[in-house]
Design a protein. Structure first.
Length: 703
């Protein structure tokens, strides 16, 4: 537990940081103990309600706060435009003009991060002095946390830390100020940073149509019905974030327009209210009677709207079901303070679980594959009727589904139907370790979120199905095992493209011809689609049918086969006849990248075998078309590397430079076991190149 003294020290350090750096607000985020997320522990200079959508942030989220913790460095966002450019998901839910810095708090252990916010008037860049102040402030906060590192944990609710300012006004001056404001012909209100009215003059009470005692201590958009509009609350939120004046006009029924001007600073907001020049309400007419306001449901303000925008932006970037699961688990669970999640897809009359977080695998095994008409849990009824269900505690659940509450230790549940038009896509379940009441605002946002998850999930299921079909076809056309050839150690790797759902036609093969001879083949069919994969299978078949002939004959016959197929696709191919008894290689190339040969004589070296290329396969036999054969020695213990261009091709870089770089790395890593070496070459090459093409790699080492 955190002692009062520890908390006071942290709060004092945070308040001093805000004052010292000139920021308008600051906060301390701490890492959660059991979840991969950051939670707001304390905030100074800004109300907690204003930052509610960002009170819990996933470590994996694409935002400046998460990046500061993951990368362990200071992140500066000087303008809202920079936020939109670098972190579009975060900017979607934070459409304000401000500057911000995020610094990691890393001492005896990683604690979290410090966040500081400046008004929109701050220059877009940090000066070296400001950067030093921010980093030294982060170190001071870290030192406070280091004093009792084992005691710090994330509180249930963030603490609001006051920003202390010296009070130099005398009592007489304060009374004079009150008299001054009362004499003004316009309405004047003072709001604290939480948005509550702390003072108003008589003119403001008259213009708003409420007695002063009914306004003091309330938020205007809650106490005055015609101001109960998220748009008006958003103006206040924008003023708090940007600390810049904000002006807007609001309609007071039946037809009276009032101008509002908000002037914020670090202590609150001054509001001036006056009649709009186009106001048709007679000045001497009494104000219309205002009915008693109804308190709006909790969570229906713009904070939830921005939260929904932020989460929808994250879901819009998902591609696979794994992406959808990760977004729901890493961002939606923290946003709604849930601890468990299950996503099920409707499949052949059953609920097939496609993703989960926070559940015992034995529970998931019991729930996976339940029929849609099951009465064990509400999931079937929710999906069938397309009506969400919320259970605040096990008692509520047990009244309708007596067996459901015994399946796990969860204490509250939100069952969201995932429906696209008239199609039942699946069901999303959010669960809590403790009883959890669902406010009207929470329910409204969760229902809207269910629709967004359904769209993302429907798209992801279609993608996964097409990708599995295409990738399965390609894998089926590649050799499942390579033959054992005495005197050769072999390793092969195939790495599909990391971008998009298309597949390619990269292939490799090793054909045993006799105890001392073999044929090694590698190639790449033009294109990334089913046709490319199918043609790849036909090329492999053609090569197999002629393997053992002279290399130039193998490629010539394969070229004629492709010409007879009348395909529009071209194929690069490298065919090597390996003579282990004579220690010779005979190579023929159809426009394929040259292989590498590493030798271990007196001085280990790797060289590029200069193979004179012939035309690509598929162009059809023409006069003069041939495939020259290159012969080179194969010393004992040498290593031969065959690869496709995905391993070495980089935009704006000469491919020969990439091949030379790969050869140099092969020299330094060649002593590894051949299987480890294959993995090492992929790890070396992939980060250096834009992995937008498939990669095939075949390594052969002579013994």
């Amino acid at each position: 537990m955190v002692g009062d003294g520890d908390t006071a020290s942290l709060d004092e350090a945070l308040s001093a940081t805000v004052r010292r750096t000139g920021a308008v607000a600051g906060g301390v985020y701490l890492l959660a103990e059991r979840e991969p997320m950051l939670g707001l522990a304390a905030i100074c200079g800004m109300p907690t309600a204003t930052v509610a959508p960002w009170r819990r942030v996933a470590i994996s989220a694409a935002g400046p706060l998460s990046e500061a913790v993951r990368e362990d460095h200071l992140v500066w966002v000087g303008r809202q435009e920079d936020l939109a450019r670098l972190y579009p998901n975060a900017a979607a839910g934070m459409p304000y003009q401000f500057a911000a810095a995020f610094a990691p708090l890393h001492g005896l252990r990683r604690y979290g991060a410090m966040a500081l916010v400046w008004s929109a008037s701050h220059p877009p860049s940090l000066t070296p002095r400001e950067r030093g102040q921010i980093q030294s402030s982060a170190r001071r906060l870290t030192q406070v946390l280091d004093q009792a590192p084992a005691s710090w944990s994330l509180p249930d609710q963030p603490r609001t830390v006051p920003l202390h300012r010296p009070d130099i006004a005398s009592a007489q001056a304060q009374l004079a100020a009150v008299d001054l404001v009362q004499r003004l012909p316009v309405g004047a209100l003072s709001l604290d940073l939480e948005g509550r009215v702390t003072y108003l003059n008589d003119a403001a009470a008259q213009l708003l149509g409420r007695p002063a005692d009914r306004l003091l201590g309330t938020m205007p958009w809650q106490a005055v019905p015609w101001l109960d509009d998220p748009v008006h609350e958003e103006h206040y939120r924008a003023a708090v974030f940007s600390r810049e004046p904000v002006a807007f006009t609001a309609l007071r029924p039946p037809g009276n327009w009032l101008d509002f001007r908000l002037y914020p600073d670090e202590s609150g907001i001054s509001v001036l209210v006056s009649r709009n020049k186009n106001d048709r309400h007679p000045p001497d007419a009494p104000p219309p009677r205002i009915s008693t306001p109804l308190t709006p449901p909790e969570g229906t303000g713009t904070g939830r709207v921005h939260q929904l925008i932020h989460l929808s932006a994250a879901l819009s970037q998902t591609v696979t079901m794994a992406d959808v699961t990760n977004v729901v688990a890493d961002q939606i669970l923290p946003a709604f303070e849930a601890q468990g999640m299950v996503i099920s897809a409707a499949d052949a009359g059953r609920l097939k679980i496609t993703g989960q977080r926070g559940y015992d695998p034995r529970t998931i095994a019991r729930l996976d594959g339940l029929p849609l008409d099951t009465d064990l849990t509400p999931a079937g009824d929710v999906l069938r009727n397309a009506v969400p269900a919320f259970f605040a505690d096990p008692g509520e659940m047990a009244r309708t589904y007596p067996r459901a509450s015994t399946l796990s230790a969860k204490q509250a549940w939100a069952f969201l139907p995932l429906v696209m038009a008239d199609r039942r896509v699946g069901c999303c379940i959010l669960s809590y370790d403790q009883p959890h009441p669902f406010s009207a605002g929470d329910r409204a946002v969760l229902v809207s979120l269910g629709g967004l998850i359904a769209q993302a999930m429907d798209r992801a299921l279609l993608y996964d199905a097409k990708h599995d079909l295409a990738h399965g076809l390609q894998q089926a056309l590649l050799p499942t095992t390579l033959p054992h050839i005495p005197g050769l150690d072999v390793a092969a790797r195939y790495l599909p493209s990391a971008h998009g759902m298309d597949i390619g036609g990269d292939f490799y093969d090793l054909i045993r011809l006799s105890d001392t001879t073999a044929a090694a083949v590698i190639g790449d069919v033009q294109g990334h689609n089913i046709n490319a994969a199918a043609l790849m299978g036909q090329v492999r078949t053609a090569v197999h049918a002629t393997a053992g002939a002279h290399p130039e004959e193998v490629l010539e016959r394969t070229n004629r086969v492709l010409a007879d197929l009348e395909t529009d696709l071209f194929v690069s191919c490298l065919y090597i006849h390996i003579d282990l008894a004579g220690r010779r290689l005979h190579l023929a190339s159809a426009g394929h990248p040259p292989p590498l040969l590493h030798t271990v004589s007196t001085t280990p070296e790797t060289r590029v075998i200069d193979v004179e290329p012939g035309p690509l396969l598929g162009i059809g036999p023409t006069p003069g078309t041939d495939y020259p054969v290159t012969t080179t020695p194969l010393p004992t213990g040498s290593l031969l590397a065959l690869y496709t261009d995905g391993l070495v091709e980089t935009p704006n870089t000469d491919i020969t430079e990439s091949i030379d770089s790969l050869a140099h790395h092969l020299t330094t890593a060649s002593s590894r076991p051949i299987s480890d070496l294959a993995d090492d070459l992929l790890r070396y090459a992939v980060p250096r190149h834009t992995h937008t093409d498939d990669i095939a790699l075949l390594l052969l080492r002579s013994r």
